[in-house]
Write a protein that binds this ligand. Structure first.
Ligand SMILES: NC(=O)c1ccc[n+]([C@@H]2O[C@H](COP(=O)([O-])OP(=O)(O)OC[C@H]3O[C@@H](n4cnc5c(N)ncnc54)[C@H](OP(=O)(O)O)[C@@H]3O)[C@@H](O)[C@H]2O)c1
Length: 275
């Protein structure tokens, strides 16, 4: 994904939906990619129009990805084979960065090799939906044929939507549990807190505001304060006090084991979907 301004696109986005658009728009804003040498392959007319406004070339023809130095693969996993067929074969001169859950780098490489060549170099990445506000964490894994320079370029790309960290591909299903699915855990907690606050007598608007601001404030403190979560919890939990009463209920319900089991279920499901 180096800076080359030849005839073919430097970077091709295959699929530019929720995640692809977040990566594309933020990478352009932070000048990680140049819209003049970027092509977006997208079949949805509304999304095509949105991408066009960013100054990139837009087409529905996946063959436009051929010859690109970098291909960001951001279609749903169940649409990958159809997209791969439309792209055709890519050579080792291309680095494919896939954000799809399930598909291993070896399977992606094989599907894009056209049966003949070695196929493209492949990096896998697992961001989450906070990419939409530039606050994703992205786990990046060096896959089949990829070099350390490919990983460095991918880390730079995903830094445009938040923070990024390298992991081994063997841990990508665990990253689905720890990163990709993680926002939903907090939303579940928020749903439960809002419902409980309403039961206690707050109106819906107040219950929502109290919950969101409490989560936002606590998360900001956690991210900036330097103390561990257990230290921050201890700081607001005095023996026999109100927070201790609540934490005791969580502990009796084996909250820690429940979180571990939930994350393991996400990891196992990702592995099951894997190819
Ligand atoms: N969203 C997240 O927060 C998140 C987080 C981590 C990982 N991911 C992964 O990122 C990938 C994309 O997720 P998303 O939520 O962005 O999905 P999405 O909103 O459905 O975006 C995918 C886009 O690609 C288009 N598309 C599919 N096949 C195509 C083809 N052959 N040619 C041209 N365009 C094609 C789709 O069009 P149609 O709608 O017409 O099919 C859609 O507009 C998934 O693999 C997902 O697992 C997403």
């Amino acid at each position: 994904m180096s800076e080359d301004h030849g005839d073919s696109a430097n970077i091709a986005f295959v699929g530019c939906g929720n995640l692809g658009m977040a990566i594309l728009s933020r990478a352009i804003c932070s000048e990680v990619i140049d819209p003049a040498t970027t092509v977006v392959i997208e079949r949805d007319a509304g999304r095509q129009a949105e991408a066009s406004r960013l100054g990139v070339r837009v087409t529905a023809d996946a063959a436009a990805a051929r010859g690109a130095q970098g291909v960001v693969l951001a279609v749903k996993p169940q649409h990958f084979l159809e997209a791969a067929q439309a792209i055709g074969s890519l050579s080792g001169a291309t680095c494919v960065v896939s954000v799809m859950a399930g598909w291993s780098s070896a399977a992606i490489r094989a599907a894009l090799s056209g049966g003949g060549s070695d196929g493209p170099r492949v990096v896998r990445a697992m961001p989450n939906m906070a990419a939409q506000v530039g606050l994703s964490m992205t786990a990046v894994a060096r896959g089949a044929g990829a070099t350390s320079d490919d990983v460095t370029a991918a880390l730079r790309l995903f830094s445009a939507i938040g923070k990024a960290v390298e992991i081994p591909e063997a841990l990508i299903d665990a990253a689905v549990a720890a990163v990709g699915s993680a926002p939903a855990y907090l939303y579940l907690l928020a749903e439960a807190q809002i419902a409980a606050a309403e039961t206690m007598g707050f109106d819906a608007v107040t219950a929502r505001a109290m919950t969101i601001e409490s989560i936002f404030g606590a998360a900001t403190l956690l991210a900036t304060d330097g103390r561990e979560p257990a230290q921050l919890r201890a700081a607001v939990t005095s023996a026999g006090g109100t927070t201790a009463a609540a934490v005791n209920v969580f502990e009796r319900g084996e909250f820690v084991a429940l979180v571990a089991a939930a994350m393991e279920a996400a990891r196992a499901r990702s592995a099951e979907l894997g190819k």
